[in-house]
Design a protein. Sequence first.
Length: 299
Amino acid sequence: MKIPEIMNKRMSFSFEVFPPKEDKGVKSLASALDRLYECEPDFISCTCGAGGSNEGRYFEILKMLKDANRCTPLAHFTCIGQTRESVRNKVDRLKEIGITHILALRGDLPEGWDDTRGDFSHANELVSFIKAEYGDDFVVAMAAAPEKHIEAVSFEADIAHLRMKQDAGADFIMTQLCYDIDAYLRWLEMIRAAGITIPVDVGVMPVINKDATLKMTLSTNGCSIPRELAELISRWYNDPDGFRKAGKEYSAKLIQEYINCGIDGLHIYTLNKSNDVRDILRMAGVHAPRKKRPAAVEE
Ligand code: FAD
């Protein structure tokens, strides 16, 4: 079943992984995926590096997900450095692997770049292109930032651009991390008022590691850190184990609160850490993996 169809019936549940650079990382991702499959996700998405970096591994991981046949694989796809021809070549390759779901993104601009240096300046153009070239072969998701994209001059302007992506044919939204649920709800009201009707998959970045939390919130995304999370960071600033324990509890509570809001989809950015993610899901009561395994060592 296509992901938006699931989301129209019940909350979808999914994970994000990234393609490791080293062989060792691929092996441990394969084991992490085995543990994640046990949580029975509807789909698992695979990120892509800016400008096609680490491209070989990207296709390898997507093929691994497809061949495992445990859930739908979804391919992130950016405009960075892409020509029409290169998009065609890569999307053809995804089609050959059997991928049917794509997240069409502009991509994070590499340092020193002020545009995508390609044929597509913004994600709406990529959505239009994929829909025009491939019709119904692909379900196309689009990204959105509930606290406003960092480059947008206003919420109104940002939401108008989201509307352009829906009008270009995007089938559902995948959100940037957002620890402030009130901000998410205000944004949801605004996009619905602007005629954006497609389902919204809420992205949750588990709070497991202090540096990763600070990097993901502040380095590129400009996401706010609510008081409760700020206190947690301060309290466990120099204690990684204490931080991890408190962070998992915080993450489980956040997930429960999002679910209580009646969200269309829950998407966990796993950072390839399956054991911590499974602990958090168990604590949040989202899914108890059926098969019990001894705790595995993560990379
Ligand atoms: P766009 O929709 O193009 O928007 C970017 C900015 O331009 C916004 O400020 C918007 O308001 C404005 N804008 C949009 N359209 C127009 C227009 N037509 N004219 C003028 N202005 C416009 N990055 C990666 O590199 N790899 C990944 O795998 C990846 N995965 C992600 C997964 C999720 C769920 C999310 C939310 C983000 C992900 N990103 C990834 C980050 C994403 O690429 C960045 O947030 C990027 O800065 C914006 O991407 P976008 O698709 O929202 O861009």
